[in-house]
Ligand binder design. Structure first.
Ligand SMILES: Nc1ncnc2c1ncn2[C@@H]1O[C@H](COP(=O)(O)OP(=O)(O)OP(=O)(O)O)[C@@H](O)[C@H]1O
Ligand SMILES: [Mg+2]
Length: 1025
């Protein structure tokens, strides 16, 4: 690379809110020097920069870079890898080689373009908006064009920079001295790196910017508002953050709500709730409103207030991975605009403990299980007091089996350990709020508000009745149905579903809830069979696009039912669809391209897909009669705010169900009860184990004291708990001792301690019933670990709890077995699955020799996963093993989550050390199960394989490419990508990249900060240098 071609560009990263970004080092992306040399030794550079108060004009420009792609691409391993020092040294080496040329290089650039030297304003959005001086030459040409435009604009705008440094003061002192003394600079790696940082920060200070004056002013107003709110809070009351123009928040939040959500004004109840005294004073609160009442917005405003005004982290708990991802995408733009992190904790994603951030606050959005692990890790690292607010959506899930127990443990721990953490719970369906209030020490707000009125009906024979609890019968006559059905149609559709749906579709939308998955497919097919040809013409082109997308998403395969129903605007929706199909169907339904979905009850609890009319095909889920809460969730989908003036639900009844249905529609809401004692006390056992492990309780008395703060204690009498709490504690402790998870030494203090196995179990969130067998399996695995393929490792992380659901097809089993290599077969025999057994079963012979059936079935599931890793095609594998593609995907997702648990488990047990490195990579492979090159793109919340492939083929190959993409250009380049989707995708990518870069910066800061306990003499020496 000739000096003449060198472009001296010093990137300045997110400079907004500089006043608070005091003393912070930055690890910065800089321009790459060309496509061909993108990965070459000297062609790409890493720039470790530190802001400095010196003027950049005096120093000229500096460039010290390394491959930003590598840094970000392998982020996890770098974080956990001390080799970052080695990397720094590499940079150092590079810098040394260049230093001799530096002077001549400067003379070559004496009067660098004043534009490129113009200082940057303090209020740009983020590093990723600043494309003007960082052209990724390997970006697609459309993108390059876009960036050129940006650069042009940049030249028109020059702004003064504020003089702030962002590095710990010790380092700064050392760094400044170094810059004055060139010879010393070469003598100590650390010092010279600090010098590097300083120089780069100098460069940052003069990088050009393309921020309009209006934007600047707006940003200034935001900062002003935030600081006014913060000052006022300090002077008046630390607990009263409601001081700004928009519920204590800058008016920019209001603008964003309008721009991104279309919300112009808060509903009256939302305002009233936010103005409650208990909310003002940050007391705990449970609020309960009907579905679609707008509960989330209140929680989000409170979260923003906590993040921006109180500068505390927040945790938002949602029940499903898909909801977490949707929320991460939805809030990423808020994070970018308002300068906080949005971090995803779902599936195998999320770091424990979370990355420490000195200058930014984090919003953790987590599933129930991940939230529990997160809280554990915060307690363990004494950081729980950083958590200002915890929000639980769908609080009624406290009563939902083992998941409910996990919510209860999480809340009880936060209540016990951090009095200052505010807890907010919301739900549409709560029968016994009083119990929950006592448990959480919370106040309650309830309102019946629904933005769209809901009319509930039931259908019995040919009559429609309106539900009216005031009527003696609960049902009031509404209308007679008089549909003209042919006899064959009457036979196929005796419940008149077709007639009921055609009253609303295709102009309005309709959801038909069905009792089973198979029934969803049948109902969708049946409806289409009798729909008129006219339906085919409605939004025909968009439906054709959807079909293409479904086909592409299935790598050329398409569900035959969907192929038939989609042209009519109809689809089915249940867990048997792949994630890709589900997403496409949901999006098409939201846009009105599909007008009817035949779905199971999971749709009601998951994604927000309202309809003009909701039909409940029968009052059952599988063979169980509906619960009141399930019914309410489903009918609550009726009526789309802002679109419909009314929503209606129709429950189809048979005469035999009449009396039970009255209960269902008119009874008060069910109560929710503690699940800690369910399943032989699995919940309470694992709670006590973690209490001891986290040093929250170290004696029987302390355990009992803690349990007094649980929902179980509040409901002791209602649950008819036979034993006293003290008895329960003693029994649980004895059981944990028997399992060798804890020791109890009455004579020592602390008397209760976890064993190594106990620690590994709670750290890995491993089910207590499997922890011993997992340990044994892993130990045995080490004896002859077969690493010529993934099979052995995959076997070790195949979830035990899915084994009972597995019924091998022996012929398929045998065929797959014969395809294994000799060493794989040997390994299989070693874990207890000999070929002879499988062969005999396939031949239909009885096998006398006893084998471990758990191992045999587990191996079968492992073969499915093994095939998936090789083929990365869910459809092909499902076909090969004669399984539904939904099950295959569930298996994959469960395996990746369990693999992550096993990884944490092995980290605690020294003897299992080899697994650490192996499982880290396997978790990643299982989490995405796509070709390796697509993984960086799929790390972005909501980007699935199909989209990742599209992006990759269009030249957006890394997270950095996607984060720097212009959504408008993306829409023009990628087929069938809508502006809104593009906006959300790019915002999520920016957030993820910000998050990774900030994590690295934190690490650099940590490395370069002198230890406070450094022996005195050395300390002084360094300061003198
Ligand atoms: N003030 C408002 N003005 C207009 N629309 C609003 C307002 N508040 C919320 N919404 C919209 O109403 C819809 C439903 O809101 P939300 O999802 O918060 O309901 P919910 O109460 O959580 O319901 P569920 O119990 O079904 O989860 C969302 O699309 C949301 O954007
Ligand atoms: Mg909600």
């Amino acid at each position: 690379m000739s000096c003449g071609r060198l472009h001296v560009k010093i990137k300045r990263v997110c400079a907004r809110k500089r006043s608070r970004d005091f003393l912070e080092t930055r690890l910065i992306l800089v321009r790459k020097e060309g496509r061909g040399g993108g990965r070459g030794a000297g062609s790409t550079k890493c720039l470790l920069s530190r802001r400095s108060s010196s003027t950049m004009a005096e120093h000229g420009a500096v460039e010290f870079c390394s491959d930003s792609e590598d840094l970000f691409g392998d982020y996890d391993s770098i974080l956990e890898d001390t080799s970052i020092l080695a990397k720094l040294e590499e940079v150092e080496q590079h810098e040394r080689l260049r230093s001799e040329n530096l002077q001549s290089f400067r003379t070559l650039q004496p009067s660098a373009d004043p534009m490129s030297q113009s200082p940057k304003g303090p209020l740009t959005d983020s590093v990723f908006h600043e494309l003007e001086d960082k052209v990724f030459e390997d970006l697609p040409s459309s993108q390059l064009q876009f960036q050129e435009q940006i650069q042009d604009r940049a030249k028109k705008s020059k702004l003064q920079v504020r003089n702030k440094t962002s590095t710990p003061s010790h380092t700064e002192a050392a760094g400044e001295t170094n810059s004055e003394d060139g010879s010393r600079r070469h003598s100590k790696a650390r010092r010279s790196v600090a010098d590097l940082l300083k120089k780069t920060m100098l460069g940052n200070a003069v990088t050009p910017v393309s921020v309009s004056r209006t934007a600047l002013l707006k940003e200034a107003v935001v900062s002003e508002e935030i600081s006014v709110a913060m000052q006022a809070m300090e002077t008046i009351s630390a607990e009263t953050p409601d001081l700004g123009p928009f519920f204590g928040l800058p008016s920019k939040v209001k603008e964003l709500m309008h721009k991104l959500r279309g919300i112009q004004k808060l509903y009256d109840w939302q305002e009233a709730c936010l103005n409650l005294e208990c909310v003002q004073q940050r007391r705990n609160l449970i609020y309960s409103l009907p579905t679609s009442g707008g509960k989330t917005l209140v929680a989000e405003i409170l979260i923003l207030r906590e993040l921006l005004c109180r500068r505390k982290d927040c945790l938002f708990i949602l029940p499903y991975i898909s909801l977490v991802q949707e929320k991460v995408r939805g809030l990423a733009t808020f994070g970018l605009e308002l300068d906080f992190m949005v971090e995803e904790y779902a599936g195998s994603k999320g770091k424990f403990p979370p990355v420490k951030r000195r200058n930014k606050r984090s919003l953790y959005i987590a599933t129930i299980e991940k939230a529990h692990s997160l809280v554990n890790s915060l307690i363990e690292s004494s950081r729980l007091d950083h958590l200002g607010l915890l929000v639980v959506d769908e609080l009624h899930m406290l009563g939902d089996g083992s998941r409910g127990a996990v919510i209860e443990m999480t809340l009880a721990k936060v209540r016990h350990m951090s009095k200052a953490t505010q807890i907010i719970g919301m739900s549409a369906t709560l029968g016994n709020i009083k119990d929950l209030q006592t448990f959480l020490g919370a106040e309650n707000y309830t309102n019946d508000f629904r933005p769209v009125q809901l009319k509930e009906y039931v259908k019995l024979n040919d009559t429609i009745y309106e539900v009216d609890p005031k009527e003696e019968n609960c049902f009031r006559f509404s209308r007679m149905l008089n549909f003209k059905y042919s006899s064959s149609m009457q036979k196929i559709d005796p419940d008149h579903i077709i007639a009921l749906v055609t009253e609303v579709i295709p102009l309005h939308s309709c959801l038909v809830f069905c009792p089973t998955k198979k029934n969803c497919e049948n109902v969708a097919g049946m409806i289409c069979k009798y729909l008129k040809e006219d339906f085919l013409q409605h939004r025909e082109a968009e439906k054709a696009v959807l079909l293409q997308e479904l086909k592409a998403g299935g790598n050329g395969s398409m569900c035959p039912v969907l192929r038939r129903t989609v042209p009519y605007g109809v689809a089915y929706h249940h867990s048997g669809l792949t994630a890709e199909e589900r997403k496409l169907v949901e999006e098409a339904y939201s846009r009105g391209v599909l007008c009817l979905l035949a779905c199971t009850s999971t749709l009601a609890a998951g994604i927000n897909l309202p309809a003009r009319r909701v039909i409940l095909r029968s009052p059952y889920v599988a063979t169980d009669f509906l619960k009141r809460s399930q019914y309410k969730q489903m009918v609550g989908r009726a009526g789309r705010a802002g679109i419909d003036t009314i929503g209606e639900s129709i429950l189809i009844l048979q005469e035999k169900d009449r009396s039970m249905a009255k209960e269902l529609v008119c009874a008060p809401m069910e109560s929710c009860y503690s699940n800690l004692m369910q399943d032989d006390g699995k919940g309470i056992l694992s709670l006590i184990l973690s209490l001891i492990g986290l040093n929250i309780s170290s004696s029987l008395q302390q355990v009992e004291q803690f349990l007094r703060g649980t929902l179980l204690f509040v409901q002791q009498q209602q649950l008819c708990v036979e034993r006293s709490l003290w008895d329960t504690v003693q029994r649980c402790v004895a059981t944990l001792q028997e399992k060798e998870l804890i020791t109890n030494t009455a004579t020592h203090s602390p008397s209760l301690q976890v064993t190594r196995l106990g620690r590994a179990t709670y750290k890995g969130s491993v089910d207590l019933s499997y922890c011993s067998v997992l340990y044994k399996d892993l130990l045995k695995g080490l004896e002859g670990l077969q690493l010529s393929s993934h099979l052995h490792l995959v076997y070790l992380v195949t979830p035990y709890d899915l084994v009972p659901q597995c019924n091998p097809d022996w012929m398929v089993y045998f065929r797959q077995f014969t395809l294994l290599s000799a060493s794989e077969q040997k390994m299989s025999a070693a874990v207890g699955v000999p070929e002879s057994f499988v062969a005999r079963k396939a031949a239909g012979q009885t096998v006398k020799k006893s084998v471990d059936l758990v191992a045999v079935k587990r191996m079968y599931l492992s073969l499915v996963l093994f095939s998936l890793l090789r083929d990365t095609n869910v459809w092909a594998v499902a076909d090969r093993f004669q399984l539904s593609r939904g099950f295959v995907q569930t298996l994959l997702s469960a395996a990746s989550t369990f693999c992550c648990c096993v990884l944490h488990f092995t980290e605690e047990l020294e003897e299992l050390w080899p697994f650490k490195a192996l499982l880290l990579e396997l978790t990643r492979r299982l989490s995405y199960c796509v070709k390796a090159e697509l993984i960086p793109l799929m790390e972005v919340a909501g980007v699935l394989e199909f989209r990742a492939k599209q992006l990759y083929n269009a030249g957006y190959r890394t997270l950095t490419h996607l984060a720097n993409a212009d959504p408008a250009v993306l829409c023009g380049t990628l087929e069938h990508l809508y502006q809104k989707q593009a906006n959300l995708m790019v915002a999520s990518a920016k957030m993820l990249l910000n998050e990774k870069a900030a994590a690295l910066q934190e690490e650099v800061d940590e490395l370069l900060t002198l230890p406070a306990d450094l022996p005195q003499q050395q300390h002084q020496e360094l300061l003198l240098l």
